[in-house]
Design a protein around this ligand. Structure first.
Ligand code: AMP
Ligand code: ZN
Length: 114
C-alpha cells in the first residue's frame, strides 16, 4: 500500500532495526519500546489486521506465530514468559493499519499491554 509505513519498511524506503526476515515476514524493533524486548512481526504483504485474514492466509498466520515463538527463544525471553499481541481496529488500539504482532518481554507485564 502506497502510504503504509510498514509497507515502506518492507520496501526499505524507511529504515528499521531488523531482527529477522524471510520471504513472507519481517521482524524489527519497535521504535517506542514498551519493554526491554519489543519486536514487531509483520507479513510482507499488506493486510490491515487479522480481521482481513481469509482461508488463504492460514499458513501465513501459522508461520507468523511460529516465527514469534522462535524470536522469543532467540531473544532469551521465552523461559520467563512473554506477550504476543495484535491490536485490531480503532477500539482495539491499532495505530498502524498493517497487521503486526507485538512481541514483548524482558520484564513483568501486567494490565492491557503491560
Ligand atoms: P499499534 O498501536 O498496535 O498499531 O502499534 C504500532 C506500533 O508501531 C507502535 O508500538 C509504534 O511504536 C510502532 N511504530 C510506528 N512506526 C514505527 C517505525 N517506523 N519503526 C518501528 N516501529 C514503529
Ligand atoms: Zn502495509
Amino acid at each position: 500500500m502506497e502510504d503504509c509505513v510498514f509497507c515502506k519498511i518492507v520496501k526499505g524506503e524507511i529504515p528499521s532495526d531488523k531482527v529477522y526476515e524471510d520471504k513472507e515476514v519481517l521482524v524489527f524493533r519497535d521504535i517506542n519500546p514498551q519493554a526491554p524486548v519489543h519486536f514487531l512481526l509483520i507479513p510482507k504483504k499488506h493486510m490491515n489486521s487479522v480481521a482481513d485474514m481469509t482461508e488463504d492466509d492460514l499458513s501465513l498466520m501459522g508461520h507468523m506465530i511460529n516465527t514469534a515463538n522462535r524470536m522469543a527463544v532467540a531473544a532469551g525471553i521465552a523461559g520467563k514468559g512473554f506477550r504476543l499481541v495484535t491490536n485490531v481496529g480503532t477500539e482495539g488500539g491499532q495505530g498502524v493499519l498493517h497487521l503486526h504482532w507485538h512481541i514483548l518481554g524482558g520484564r513483568q507485564l501486567s494490565g492491557e499491554l503491560g
